[in-house]
Design a protein around this ligand. Structure first.
Ligand code: IMP
Ligand code: MG
Length: 187
């Protein structure tokens, strides 16, 4: 039985459908980690995870990167707007904690939709003058891009669905689920 179905019966379990299982996520993350390990072999790399959504991906990815001196940092930006979309003004609620001057930075995103959040973060990090900025995302939804921003490494392109699980939430629900689910009746 999936973890989702075990949730108390007052929850809207009929609203979500399992979409990507644990083993597929694991395969995708392993492959991404391998690519990053090759690219940054013998170098230093600051992983900047975007809270809260990237926390699970970040921890699985970071642990599988080999032969790279990895530093971990997080940023949190918030979009003032509807919960299922990220349009609106973006504000920083947690800035970088480390100095990334002349460092390699890899921004770790769990999903890119309009690209607004990522574009904002990229600009902010660029101000700190790292030697290099790349972006890795677990999932990409290229359909509603509002800003021309691209990830350098993409785990999987998914359909234009609202998804939860593996760090991703709907109004804070679902981050701890090991599988990805999509919203059956988006409104
Ligand atoms: P963007 O600025 O539209 O690219 O979206 C940025 C943020 O919106 C992501 O980092 C997620 O936190 C959230 N988001 C976008 N699509 C989804 C989704 O399908 N499920 C959960 N969160 C999402
Ligand atoms: Mg979110």
């Amino acid at each position: 039985m999936s973890e989702f179905l075990k949730f108390p019966s007052n929850f809207v379990s009929d609203q979500f459908v399992e979409y990507i299982d644990k083993s597929e996520i694991q395969t995708v993350v392993e492959s991404l980690a391998h690519t990053i390990s090759q690219k940054y072999k013998g170098q230093e790399l600051v992983l900047v995870g975007l809270l809260k959504g990237s926390m699970i991906f970040m921890s699985d990815l970071a642990r599988q990167i080999k032969n790279v001196k990895v530093y971990i940092d997080f940023m949190k930006v918030e979009a003032v707007g509807r919960s299922k979309e990220s349009n609106g003004t973006i504000v920083i609620s947690k800035d970088l904690s480390s100095d990334v001057l002349n460092k390699n930075v890899l921004i770790v995103e769990e999903i890119i939709d309009t690209g607004r959040a990522l574009s904002f973060v990229k600009e902010r990090i660029a101000q700190a003058e790292p030697s290099n900025i790349e972006v890795i995302t677990l999932f990409d939804k290229p359909y509603k891009r509002a800003v021309p921003v691209k990830a350098d490494y993409i785990g999987k392109q998914i359909e234009d669905q609202f998804v939860i699980g593996y760090g991703l939430d709907l109004d804070q629900y679902g981050r701890n689920m090991s599988e990805i689910y999509y919203l059956k009746y988006p409104n």
